[in-house]
Every structure is written in structure tokens, then in C-alpha cells.
Design a protein around this ligand. Structure first.
Ligand SMILES: Nc1nc2c(ncn2[C@@H]2O[C@H](COP(=O)(O)OP(=O)(O)OP(=O)(O)O)[C@@H](O)[C@H]2O)c(=O)[nH]1
Ligand SMILES: [Mg+2]
Length: 491
């Protein structure tokens, strides 16, 4: 997913690494690289131009904050701008309190409408809502049947009728759903090869008769700028509330993901990342930006891990990752947990450093080999890899049936991963990354809000330290006061 876009940005990160100051020259060079990455990604030209302009404005106007280097600074700026470009906020579906929420799905032929209707129904059902799927595609004879098969599989109600026009079918379905107290109605409309008057007229008529609360355009991300152009055409004729980008799993370039919001003004609500019914993700601009910049999607990984391990453990894991006490033992546990979560390919990209180091074809065998290597280490070696001299490494290789080079490879990767975690920490991704569990995240947010109020820059480690000391002192003062109060009360 978005591999080529991501590797473009990672080139940039590598080239800027280790430079001492932000100068006109290195900013210029960075911008050239950004431009290249965007154009290779097939991002809309005017979107690319505006993007570079904002990055430039900010890069030249900002000093390098202590504790970071220019490369990190520019990456932070690019990350912020990517989030702004694609979001900045996630745009969840909005549900009605009263009566059914009607969701109209439109899009070109083969964009993935019917599949996405099924995926949405699946998610909503899991969330405890009752769902009705409506077969409003009467163009293709097999379309109704396709939806019915999906409905059977998901055990979701499917409304299908013959002898009526699609808008009339939809109108009747919504009426029925209202009477039956159904929570969500999803209208699966017909697609055409091109945006044409007939198609637009039909969809507009469906919208007129059903007053949908959400009008979602389903676009195939793999068609790049064509997807964006058709989104624009739909949006001109139909008041869209958002977009679902499908087939992002097959999209290396990411042009549609980066351009569609800027061109239509409508948010990406979900992304389809596979053919199966559970392959629909809420679109989080922030996570996507991290992913593009190769920072790995730690938040998603931790959330997935939470399904397997409990919250506290997940939090401890994440804290360890960022606080630098992450050991090979932790890495082993992480590998084992990830292994129990499902296909590794899907998960690898979420681990910092992994997306680059493994290439895309993740070999499950290699994954198991890594586990075996760590398992052949003593407990002490797992927490102190620095004691692993050649003879120890050789022993480990023999124990796990791999070559010395493979042991070295794992240690190299581990080191790189730790380093990336540290640089993420330095770059001020602390707010949402250090504390991935919700309760802690809230706490952290409170702390950040407080810092902001007091004018503390959360990226300046010196200032943050002073702030923390201040909070400590305040806490101690409060505790003393409380103690004194208790004492008085006793007397
Ligand atoms: N890899 C991948 N394939 C997808 C995704 N979403 C849909 N597809 C595939 O895309 C093809 C078309 O999907 P449909 O859901 O039938 O598309 P549609 O828009 O309903 O098509 P029409 O009804 O003919 O207009 C199918 O083979 C799906 O399996 C996705 O997120 N990833
Ligand atoms: Mg269809």
C-alpha cells in the first residue's frame, strides 16, 4: 500500500539526516525531493504546487528546535501538511437518533460499491446496529444476486424488487425500514463506465426520493487521477458527504488518497484494503501520514494488539518502545502476538522500520526465523544485546539453525527499529503515540493542553522537562497542603 510514495519520502528523510541547520539550500533540496515524490505519486498538479508552497513557507519561517535536526524538522512539517491535506480529522459516519440513517453509495462501474456496502454492513452489524441493504442496481442482471449473496453471508436483510425503477425501489425500501425500525439503510446503486447524464440523473433521483444522510462516493484508488476527476464530477452534481477509497491495498502511488480531499473538499471516510469483508478501515489522516513517511502505524498496531492482549500490557509495550527500554524479549513477544493476529503482511507495515527493511514480500518463514533466533538467546542476552559478541552470535545461529549473517541481520534490524522509535519520540509524535490506550491518551492530551496554555513547546525537550518539574512541585505542594488539612481535621 502506497509503497512508491512512501519510498520517495524515505529517500528524502535519508538524505536530510544528519545535517546541522535548516538553510535555504537544504530546504530547497528537500522541496525538490518532495515535489518529485508527489509527482511520481500522480498527485494532482495544483495540489502538489500548493503543498510545496505551504511546506516552504513553514520551513523557512521556523527555527530548528533543539533536540531535533533539520531533516526531522522538515519531516515534521511535511507530516503536518500531509495530515492537513488528507484531513485533518477523521470523518466518521453520522447516525440519526430517530429513524433509519440512510447511506447512498454511488460510483463508477467496478469501483467496489457492492463490496463496500457489504463491508459497511458487516461493521455496522458488529457494532450492534440493524442494517438493510438495498439492491438499487438494476443495470446488471447479476447485481441483485451479488448483493443477496452478501446479505446471506452476513445475515443482513436485503431489499430487492423487480418491476420498479431504482429510485422507486429505494424509496420503498426506506419506507419499509422506517416501519421496521431498522437502524441503517445502505443503498447500492448502479455504476457506469463513465460519468454520464443518465447515471447522474438516476442517482440524483434516488437522492431526491430518499433524502440520504450520507452520500458516499466509492472510488477505486488504483485509478489515480481518474478517480479524483470522477469524484469532482460526482461532487458537482450530487452533494457528497464523503468518499470511500477502495483497493488501496493495490495502490502503490497514492495520488488519489492525497488529492481527493483537496479537489472535492469532501473527506475520505473509509479505505478498502482488500477484497474480504473485514477489509474496510476508518481513514485516519494522521496514521496515513505516518505510514507514508515510513514511521509505521504504531497506533493501529497497538490497537490491534489490544484485541489480543489487555490494555495495560499494551500500554506498557508502547511505553517501552518509546522510552528506549524495549528489549529483544519485548520484540519476541511482539512478534508472537503479531503472529497470532492474522496475516503478517497486513501487520508488518505497521511496525516502525519493518516496512522498509522487509521489502513488501513478507516471508512468514523469515518471521518465524526471527522468533527462533531470539528464542535461542539467554534472557540476559535478550535485554542486553550489546553483550552479543561473535561467539555468542555463532552459538545462537547454531541453536536456531540459521547463519551468522542472519543473526546479525536480525540484530541490525532491531537496532534500527529502536532508533526509529527514538527519533519518533524526539520529533514530538508524543501526543498520540506514547500513550496509545485511550485513557492514557486523554491524560496526555490534558497535559499537552496545559503545556500549550503555559506556552510550553512540546517539542522542546528542555521546556518539557521544566514543565514536568513544575507539575511535580505543584503536586507535592498540594499533597503537603492536603496532609496539613487532614492533620487539622484530626485535632
Ligand atoms: N483488492 C481489493 N479489491 C476490492 C476492494 N473493494 C472491491 N474490490 C474488488 O473490486 C471488484 C469490483 O467490486 P464490486 O463491489 O462488484 O464493484 P461495484 O462498484 O459494485 O461494480 P458495479 O456494480 O459493476 O458497478 C471486485 O472484484 C471486488 O472484490 C478492495 O478494497 N481491495
Ligand atoms: Mg455493484
Amino acid at each position: 500500500m502506497l509503497e512508491s510514495l512512501s519510498s520517495g519520502f524515505q529517500n528524502l528523510i535519508r538524505r536530510l539526516g544528519g545535517q546541522g541547520r535548516l538553510t535555504e539550500d537544504n530546504v530547497k533540496e528537500a522541496l525538490r525531493e518532495v515535489r518529485m515524490a508527489l509527482l511520481q505519486a500522480d498527485v494532482n498538479l495544483s495540489v502538489a504546487r500548493d503543498f510545496i508552497k505551504s511546506v516552504k513557507g513553514r520551513a523557512l519561517g521556523e527555527d530548528v528546535i533543539s533536540g531535533t535536526d533539520p531533516g526531522q524538522m522538515i519531516i515534521k512539517i511535511i507530516s503536518d501538511e500531509l495530515i492537513e491535506l488528507m484531513g485533518p480529522e477523521a470523518a466518521p459516519l453520522e447516525f440519526q437518533d430517530q429513524g433509519p440513517t440512510v447511506i447512498l453509495m454511488a460510483g463508477l462501474q467496478g469501483s467496489g460499491k457492492t463490496t463496500t456496502c457489504g463491508k459497511l454492513a458487516h461493521q455496522l452489524k458488529k457494532a450492534g446496529k440493524s442494517v438493510m441493504l438495498v439492491a438499487a442496481d438494476l443495470q446488471r442482471p447479476a447485481a441483485v444476486q451479488q448483493l443477496q449473496v452478501l446479505g446471506d453471508q452476513l445475515e443482513v436483510l436485503v431489499h430487492a424488487e423487480t418491476g420498479k425503477t431504482p429510485p422507486k425501489v429505494c424509496e420503498a425500501a426506506v419506507k419499509q425500514a422506517t416501519a421496521d425500525g431498522v437502524d441503517v439503510v445502505i443503498l447500492d446503486t448502479a455504476g457506469r463506465l463513465h460519468v454520464d447524464d443518465e447515471l447522474m440523473h438516476e442517482v440524483a433521483e434516488v437522492a431526491r426520493l430518499t433524502s440520504p444522510h450520507e452520500v458516499i462516493l466509492v472510488c477505486d484508488a488504483m485509478t489515480g487521477q481518474d478517480a479524483v476527476n470522477s469524484a469532482k464530477a460526482f461532487n458537482d452534481r450530487l452533494e457528497l458527504s464523503g468518499v470511500i477509497l477502495t483497493k488501496l491495498d493495490g495502490d502503490a502511488r497514492g495520488g488519489a488518497a492525497l488529492s481527493v480531499k483537496a479537489i472535492t473538499g469532501k473527506p475520505i471516510k473509509f479505505v478498502g484494503v482488500g477484497e474480504k469483508l473485514d477489509k474496510l478501515d476508518v481513514f485516519y489522516p494522521e496514521r496515513m501520514a505516518d505510514r507514508i513517511l515510513g514511521m509505521g502505524d504504531v497506533v493501529s498496531l497497538v490497537e490491534k494488539a489490544q484485541e489480543v492482549i489487555d490494555e495495560e500490557e499494551a500500554q506498557a509495550q508502547a511505553e517501552k518502545m518509546f522510552l528506549g527500554s524495549f528489549t529483544l524479549q519485548d520484540f519476541l513477544e511482539l512478534l508472537q502476538k503479531v503472529r497470532s493476529m492474522g496475516p503478517i503482511k497486513d501487520l508488518m507495515g505497521m511496525i516502525p522500520g519493518m516496512s522498509q527493511m522487509q521489502g513488501l514480500d513478507v516471508d512468514e518463514k523469515e518471521f518465524d526465523r526471527n522468533q527462533a533466533i531470539i528464542q535461542s538467546m539467554t534472557i540476559k542476552e535478550r535485554s542486553h544485546p550489546e553483550i552479543l559478541n561473535v561467539s555468542r552470535r555463532k552459538r545462537i545461529g547454531r541453536g536456531s539453525g540459521v547463519s551468522l549473517e542472519q543473526v546479525n541481520g536480525l540484530l541490525r534490524n532491531f537496532k534500527m527499529m529502536k532508533k526509529q522509535m527514538q527519533s519518533m519520540k524526539k520529533m514530538g509524535f508524543l501526543g498520540n503515540m506514547l500513550d496509545p490506550t485511550r485513557s492514557v491518551r486523554k491524560e496526555k492530551q490534558k497535559e499537552l493542553d496545559r503545556m500549550q496554555k503555559m506556552g510550553v513547546n512540546p517539542m522542546d525537550l528542555q521546556q518539557v522537562k521544566a514543565f514536568k518539574q513544575h507539575v511535580q512541585r505543584e503536586k507535592a505542594r498540594k499533597a503537603r497542603k492536603e496532609k496539613a488539612r487532614q492533620k487539622r481535621k484530626k485535632r
